[in-house]
Write a new protein. Structure first.
Length: 529
């Protein structure tokens, strides 16, 4: 084996030496001169083809870009078509949640589908029936799927886009508070006269009064009998803020009641009076009302219930403390609270301002509809209407109890009444009713006499006009009679003159007749033989 390896090595060396000798011989041969290279030349056809290639490449790139844009727009429209019904996702909805899995199913009858199909211009009407649809929507949008391309201002009424409901709550929280303060400051500038400002304060503040005593105290403050540590402008500005905050907090308090041991929202217009100094101040500070509204915003996106805005101590005692599972805020409750909160904020209006621009937060309702989705928006609208009906019942009950007193049971089980305003001032009320009846009767009698007086005035005017007409007619007839008499006298003069002339002519005729007779007699005598 070793010898064969040595023989192979010797053969390899011999081959290498032979190759080297051949290369040396080839290198010694004379080199032939290279042929000249042809010159480059671009024909017209080549140039045209190059230009056409460039145009084709540009056109292809443009079409590719347009296709990309259309696909992005289609994707955006599809996503927002889903979000229009379901709304933006919660931050915790990366995984399926109870809210996303319990949405209403899509129910469409065959007639509805056929009607929509036949209404399309690009399709032909068909007589074939369509199957009904009754199934859940399988599409679910998660927070990570919310691309920046999808978050356009056009989908959010021209305002800041958000990817989740929690982001919208944070945005609306600061925007609402700032907007309420700005609206109140702007409202004050509309009125220059202090009396006009006090009239507006009275008109807005008194309907929010807690009791009859509260109304009297407010009236004393506005008439100057009781001092308050606020100027007229500051009082008007704070009144506007309290009115708007009450319009937001009261429905929220009926939908999810706050701590039952605290009535700061209900006593939004209540004032406490110091009997010694005869000075007053609001029982609930306006900053506390803003804090209450802030807690509502924070509660809607929190992981657990906040007892301050959810039944208070009664809630904690019922569930056994804050650390229990019952205190957790699940996705369905979150969506309901966020939807109702955003819808309620969108309904707040500027007091004493008419027209479509009197909303405190412009376009808030349209934005809420797109953010929370049509399903939750519709439920929030229905719940809001229910809260307004409940509020009306609360007001009616308060009026009834104020008039007749509240009925309650004491510890012994006896039914008692607190004695309302009517019972405390029954005689005054009866006298007031009698006076009201007498005044009403007098007003009716006065109205009847006024009607009779008006009728007599019409008759007097008619008779006066008739008398004037007759008088004018009599004067005209007297003038006509005078002219006739003058003409008659003139004719009588003419007749008298004619009679004088006629009388002279008669005498002359008699004389001439006598002369004629004499001449006839004389002629007769002379003619006799």
């Amino acid at each position: 084996m070793a010898r064969r390896r040595d023989d192979d090595d010797e053969l390899d060396r011999d081959d290498e030496e032979a190759i080297d000798e051949i290369e040396d011989v080839e290198s010694e041969e004379p080199e032939e001169p290279e042929a000249p290279r042809p010159k480059a030349k671009n024909t017209v056809l080549t140039i045209l083809l190059a230009l056409f290639n460039l145009l084709a490449a540009g056109t292809f790139g443009y079409l590719l870009f347009m296709d990309y844009q259309v696909r992005r727009e289609w994707e955006n429209r599809c996503v927002w078509n889903v979000l229009q019904g379901s709304g933006l996702p919660l931050a915790a909805e990366e995984d399926p949640s109870l809210a996303s899995e319990s949405r209403p199913v899509m129910k469409l009858s065959g007639e509805q589908i056929k009607q929509v199909f036949d209404s399309r211009k690009e399709t032909k009407k068909t007589s074939e029936p369509f199957l009904a649809v009754n199934e859940p929507l399988p599409i679910r949008i998660t927070p990570t799927m919310m691309k920046s391309d999808w978050l356009r201002k056009e989908h959010f009424e021209g305002d800041t886009p958000v990817a989740t409901l929690e982001e919208e709550v944070d945005r609306q929280k600061s925007a609402t508070e700032n907007r309420i303060r700005d609206v109140a400051k702007e409202f004050v500038t509309k009125y220059k006269d202090d009396n006009a400002k006090k009239a507006v304060i009275r008109e807005i503040l008194l309907p929010m009064a807690w009791s009859v005593e509260n109304i009297r105290n407010l009236d004393d403050v506005l008439t100057g009998k009781i001092k308050i540590n606020l100027t007229t402008d500051a009082l008007l500005e704070e009144t506007i803020q309290r009115r708007i905050l009450a319009d937001i907090l009261v429905p929220l308090n009926l939908f999810r009641p706050a701590a039952l041991e605290n009535f700061s929202v209900e006593k939004v217009a209540a004032v406490t009076v110091d009997a010694q100094t005869r000075s007053a101040k609001f029982a609930a500070n306006v900053d506390d009302l803003y804090a209450q509204l802030g807690k509502r915003f924070e509660q809607s996106k929190a992981a657990t219930f906040n007892a301050d805005v959810h039944y208070g101590k009664l809630w904690l005692d019922a569930i056994g403390g804050e650390g229990t599972d019952a205190n957790k805020l699940h996705s369905v409750e979150k969506r309901q609270q966020i939807s109702f909160l955003l819808f309620t904020v969108s309904q707040a209006r500027i007091p004493k301002t008419a027209g479509p621009d009197n909303y405190v937060v412009p376009n808030a309702m349209r934005r809420a509809e797109k953010v929370v989705g049509l399903n939750e928006f519709s439920m929030a609208a229905l719940n809001y209407a229910d809260m307004l009906r409940d509020l009306r019942n609360v007001v009616e009950t308060a009026i009834q109890e104020d008039r007749d007193g509240a009925i309650a049971k004491n510890k012994a089980g006896e039914v008692l009444t607190t004695g309302g305003y009517v019972w405390r001032y029954l005689n005054l009320v009866e006298n007031a009713k009698k006076i009201d009846f007498d005044v009403d009767f007098a007003r009716k009698r006065y109205a009847e006499l006024a009607a009779q007086s008006a009728q007599l005035d019409v008759e007097v005017k008619d008779r006066a006009a008739h008398y004037t007409s007759l008088q004018n007619d009599l004067v005209a007839r007297k003038e006509a009679t005078k002219k006739v008499l003058e003409q008659l006298q003139k004719r009588q003069q003419e007749i008298f003159q004619a009679q004088i002339v006629l009388s002279g002519a008669s005498e002359e005729n008699a004389r001439l007749e006598s002369m004629i007779r004499d001449l006839e007699i004389a002629a007769a005598r002379g003619a006799r033989p």
